[in-house]
Each structure stands twice: as structure tokens, then as C-alpha cells.
Design a protein around this ligand. Structure first.
Ligand SMILES: *Cc1c(COP(=O)(O)O)cnc(C)c1O
Length: 394
């Protein structure tokens, strides 16, 4: 044999235990990790199908929806975005992307690859979209699909009045797609009541599950649009009509579509079980309270949040302006090297401008908030020589 055995495989796998307080992934709880060490099952084994059915019920609770077409995509959050776009869109369809940071642009990139005629309505960086902006853009473009991220993790902007956008979409005979990857579990979201047609979330953000399996739900309006397609969905893997059969969403017999990782199903089921046992409302409240504590701490140190309007701040991803004279890379490295704590920099429109601190799931606790504040302060002072205000008691 010409290619030799790589020596590295003579050593065992070693993974450090880090505190993940960036924008995701979050730390999976012990229960989730344990669940994932269960034996593997075949994807069509009765026990595996049962777990899939339970996960569907869990997602319906998390999304507050009765949609039968509720399932998971095998892939990370991006796969949810891709599945939403490729099922709803055909060549030339006009789609409008609400942009409050990176994710509206990303959805636009994806939609364009599927042949759509993509337009954008952009908020000022750090601000949410106003209803007026959206309504005017609807009048200009008359879109068939409108996309918005409830929480944009690059800017930390939380888009409110989604239910008003839902009403607007009905008036314009437009479908509403909402990205709840980074916000679900940290802000209220009522899929049916708000008339959201497609929503998908991330397993590895607030839910603290493994990455690579993405809950998604389509309502009847969305399915009608898919049924009326002139052309096949351009992706086999993400075709909701086929995938939904496999997930048992349409009352027809379940047909193998692809091998869903049973390991990821176990992890996601356990992550959902933890939310169900806590109660969604309690979980949301805890995130809001912890974020408030963090924001107070940041302001007490003399720093500023990136999103000026407090009601438009996400509680899961907290975005902080970098003070003058501070190098975020050094701060981030300091926290990682000394404490194995992740503090992230910006993304997309906020690169080099902000720190991003995730309070995701099990890291949304008072202790973790105080820990990250203390380390952030030390890291800034030690890497820049700047003295921050003493943090007064919160
Ligand atoms: C993280 C994130 C995504 C992408 O998720 P991946 O799992 O990294 O593919 C999409 N939308 C938002 C708002 C996110 O925060």
C-alpha cells in the first residue's frame, strides 16, 4: 500500500470541555450527550419511527403549531433555510427578503440559486425593520414569498410584530417564512396564531442539542403552493413531499427517503424533553432575565449594546459594541486560552465591530452571566490596558 496509516490515529480522540458562549453551538447538556450514546437503530425500525413521531409532537409544541407537515431536515440550520426556499420557489418567483443583519442576505443567495427573482428590504444595521418599510416593499415587489429572521444572530436584532407581517402576507397572497434558528426558546413564537407558513429552527442553539438535525414545519398554504408547482423541487434530499412521507406526516405509508441519523434523533429528543419538562414559557423568561442581567453588567462597565432599542434585542445572542482601543481577537483568545470560554466576534455586517455572547439553553443562568462578565472584563483590561468601571452590584 502506498498511502501509509496516518500516525495520528494511534492516539485517542481528545476533546476539551469548553464553555460555549458564542452564537452557537451551545453546550449540550449531559442528558443529551448520554442519550446520543445509545445503540444505533435502522431508520425504518419501529422504535426509530416512534422516536421520530415523538420528536414531531415536540416540535409542534415548541413552534406552537398543529401542522401535520412538521419534521426534521438532516442537516444544520442552513439546510432548513435551503429546504424552505427550494420547496416554495420556482424559476422567476418573486421573493422578498427582510434583512436585519446577515441572514436575509443568506436566504437571498440561496433563493437565487433556485432561480427566484430576489429583492430585499433592508433595515439600518442594528435596527429592526419597521412595518412601513415592509409594507412599502410589498407594494413595490408584490412578492410570493417573504423571509425574515426572528432573531438575526449577526446583529442581535429581534424582529417584532411578526403577526402583523403574517396578516400582511395573507393580504398579498404571499407566503411567510420565518427563521427561528437562534431565537426559538428565548423569545415568544406562535407559528399558527401569527400565520407563519414555514418556520425552521436550529437544534444546537437554544435547544442545546446536536447540530445536524433541523426542525421545520410547513402549513397547508405552503403545501398548496408546493402541490401547485409546475416543476419538480430542484433538490431530492430536501423535497418536503418525499421527506414528509418518510416522517409520516401525510397519513400515507412510510417510505424510506434517506438514512436519518438515529444518534441525532436521540440527542434532539432529549433536548426537546428538557424544554418540555421546564416549560417553554419558563425557558423564555429565564433567557430574558439572564440577558437583562448581562446587559446591565455591560452597561455598568461602561460598554454599550449594539442594538439601541432594548425591545429589539435578542435575549439568546447578546451583541456588544467593542470599545475603542480594544482588539476583539485578543479578548476572545484570552478568554479561550485562560478559561476555555468562547466569546465571539462579529459576523457579516458586524465583523470587527462587536462581541457576541450567547446565553443559550443551559448557559442562560445567572452564574454563567456573571462568569462571562468577569472574564470579559479581565480579558479587555489585560489585552488593551483600558480600565473599565468597577462592576457595581446588579
Ligand atoms: C446559526 C444560524 C443559522 C444557520 O445555522 P447552521 O446550523 O449554522 O447552519 C441560520 N439562521 C440563524 C438566525 C442563525 O443564527
Amino acid at each position: 500500500m502506498e498511502v501509509e496509516v496516518p500516525k495520528v490515529f494511534m492516539k485517542p480522540l481528545l476533546v476539551p470541555n469548553k464553555t460555549l458562549m458564542g452564537p452557537g453551538p451551545s453546550n449540550a447538556t449531559r442528558r443529551v450527550l448520554d442519550a446520543m450514546s445509545n445503540p444505533l437503530l435502522g431508520e425504518c425500525h419501529q422504535e426509530n419511527l416512534q422516536i421520530m413521531d415523538e420528536i414531531k409532537e415536540g416540535i409542534k409544541y415548541l413552534f406552537q403549531t398543529q401542522n401535520p407537515a412538521t419534521m426534521c431536515i438532516s442537516g444544520s440550520g442552513h439546510a432548513g433555510m435551503e429546504a424552505a426556499m427550494c420547496n416554495l420557489l420556482e424559476d422567476g418567483d418573486v421573493v422578498l427578503m427582510g434583512v436585519t443583519g446577515l441572514w436575509g442576505n443568506r436566504a437571498g443567495d440561496i433563493a437565487q440559486r433556485y432561480g427566484a427573482d430576489v429583492h430585499y428590504v433592508r433595515a439600518r444595521c442594528g435596527y429592526a425593520l419597521s412595518f412601513e418599510d415592509i409594507r412599502e416593499a410589498f407594494q413595490t415587489y408584490n412578492p410570493k414569498v417573504f423571509f425574515i429572521a426572528q432573531g438575526d444572530s449577526s446583529t442581535g436584532v429581534l424582529q417584532s410584530f411578526i403577526s402583523d407581517i403574517g396578516d400582511l402576507c395573507r393580504r398579498f397572497n404571499c407566503l411567510l417564512v420565518v427563521d427561528i434558528v437562534a431565537s426559538l426558546g428565548s423569545a415568544e413564537f406562535l407559528m399558527d396564531e401569527w400565520k407563519v407558513d414555514v418556520a425552521y429552527t436550529g437544534s444546537q442553539k437554544v435547544l442545546c442539542g446536536p447540530a445536524g438535525i433541523t426542525p421545520i414545519s410547513f402549513n397547508q398554504r405552503a403545501l398548496n403552493k408546493i402541490k401547485a408547482r409546475q416543476s419538480k423541487v430542484k433538490s431530492y434530499y430536501f423535497d418536503i413531499t418525499l421527506l414528509g412521507q418518510f416522517w409520516g406526516c401525510f397519513g400515507t405509508s412510510r417510505i424510506y427517503h434517506h438514512t436519518v441519523s438515529s444518534t441525532l434523533l436521540y440527542g434532539l429528543r432529549e433536548a426537546i424533553a428538557i424544554v418540555c419538562q421546564q416549560g417553554l414559557k419558563n425557558m423564555i423568561r429565564r433567557h430574558i432575565e439572564c440577558s437583562y442581567r448581562l446587559q446591565k453588567g455591560i452597561e455598568n462597565m461602561g460598554m454599550e449594546m449594539f442594538v439601541p432599542e432594548p425591545n429589539h434585542r435578542m435575549s439568546s445572542i447578546n451583541v456588544i459594541k467593542i470599545p475603542n482601543g480594544v482588539d476583539w481577537r485578543k479578548v476572545s483568545q484570552y478568554a479561550m486560552n485562560k478559561y476555555f470560554l468562547e466569546i465571539a466576534g462579529g459576523l457579516g455586517p458586524t465583523v470587527d465591530q462587536v462581541f457576541r455572547i450567547g446565553l443559550l439553553g443551559e448557559n442562560a443562568t445567572e452564574e454563567k452571566v456573571d462568569l462571562v462578565l468577569t472574564i470579559l472584563r479581565e480579558a479587555i483590561q489585560n489585552t488593551s490596558g483600558i480600565t473599565l468601571n468597577e462592576r457595581s452590584k446588579i
